[in-house]
Design a protein around this ligand. Structure first.
Ligand code: TRH
Length: 356
């Protein structure tokens, strides 16, 4: 089938990250023909830059405006149109669909949630005055919702490639043997400075990989550059491709992640993590986080439950660090559980089946 994915990048990388991951799954695993129309090509291209060349050739990446003219050629009419995160389709593109001989199906691809209510809305029709069929699709963890984006499925443990991506070679040379490794990708409001100062009091050698822009974020607080004892080494990474970032997550002992894409990748890496969920004004993010923790910690001991909840709500590491070994074991088991639950191929496969 022919798929058009519409991606509007609001303020972060997540929209591009999800669209690219979906596109690659549809193309490389399911053999679908995919075009992405995106309003911020530099960001999308940056994310996609490390991917397999064959893949980048297969997926047709177009500027948003290109959809206006293309939709008028009936030969290009898609079978499926994805509105990522409910972005509105351009009027002129829609106008092209009205006159197409066969109408596509429009999918409103929603935000990921572990909340039980999504099962009720998943796959529901969203009737439109223009008459083109449109449905809601909710990514999620349970069997009766849209599933998770798994591609590329990470290999486990020793099978993970130890070949350092070229862009990260100079940083990897600075890592200290035996030091723990933490990666940080969070939103500006996180109490990072205090968190790192507390971490330093444990005396252990820790290499901290700051993703692009985070060093500036750290040094901004209080207008003073952060000074940490020698056991903590801060290393700034450039913005890397999605594949490279996935690899970094798999190479760390602990990760701090933020939007839904890095959140799922941290789980698939099988490592403990803090999910710095996107803060919403009405505090809806707290409900979302609690729903996830209910699932994630269902089989955890009471001690680990308390430790992980404390960590995810930014308690200082000294409050929960003693549970890290148990948390690491739990993360591996959770990864296996996730892959079993998504054994049907996850989001992309569920989407293809739904359309079929
Ligand atoms: O960028 P995000 O904060 O995006 C968020 C989420 O989508 C959130 O749900 C949404 O409400 C908000 O935007 C508006 O975080 P996320 O989802 O983890 O996406 C980041 C993407 O960027 C992910 O695909 C990984 C990728 N990435 C790289 O490719 N290279 C890098 O160096 C880094 C740090 C990330």
């Amino acid at each position: 089938m022919r798929w058009d994915i519409f991606c509007q990048i609001v303020d972060n990388y997540g929209d591009a990250g999800i669209c690219w991951r979906l596109a690659r799954s549809l193309s490389s695993i399911h053999g679908q023909e995919v075009r992405i129309f995106c309003d911020d090509l530099p960001t999308l291209n940056l994310l996609a830059s490390g991917s397999d060349e064959a893949l980048t050739h297969q997926i047709d990446i177009q500027p948003w405006e290109a959809s206006h003219s293309n939709a008028r050629h009936t030969v290009q009419t898609p079978d499926v149109v994805i509105e990522a995160f409910g972005c509105h389709l351009p009027e002129r593109y829609l106008a092209g669909l009205f006159i197409a001989p066969a109408k596509p199906i429009i999918i409103n691809l929603e935000y990921l949630s572990a909340e039980p209510w999504i099962a009720e809305f998943h796959r529901k029709a969203s009737p439109q005055s223009h008459g083109i069929p449109k449905y809601f699709f909710f990514p999620g963890f349970q069997d009766d919702v849209g599933g998770l984006l798994l591609d590329p499925i990470p290999t486990e443990g020793e099978q993970v490639s130890h070949l350092t991506p070229i862009r990260l070679k100079s940083i990897w040379l600075k890592l200290r043997p035996g030091a723990k490794r933490i990666s940080i990708f969070c939103y500006p409001g996180a109490p990072l400075r205090k968190w790192l100062e507390d971490l330093a009091t444990h005396g252990e050698n820790i290499d901290v990989l700051l993703t692009s822009g985070h060093a500036e974020l750290l040094n901004h607080y209080g207008g003073k550059a952060i000074a940490l004892p020698e056991n903590i080494q801060l290393l700034s990474m450039p913005f890397v491709s999605q594949d490279e970032y996935d690899w970094v997550l798999s190479q760390c002992d602990f990760n701090i992640v933020r939007g839904e894409d890095s959140f799922i990748r941290a789980q698939l890496a099988g490592k403990p993590f803090i999910w710095h969920i996107y803060p919403q004004e009405d505090r809806a993010h707290e409900v979302k986080l609690a729903a996830f923790l209910d699932l994630y910690l269902e089989n955890a001991s009471q001690e680990l439950r308390l430790a992980a909840i404390a960590a995810m709500t930014w308690a200082m590491p000294s409050e929960w660090l003693k549970s890290l070994d148990a948390w690491s074991a739990h993360s591996k088991a959770w990864r296996t559980h996730l892959l079993e639950k998504q054994g049907d191929g996850g989001l992309a496969a569920r989407l293809v089946r739904f359309i079929a």
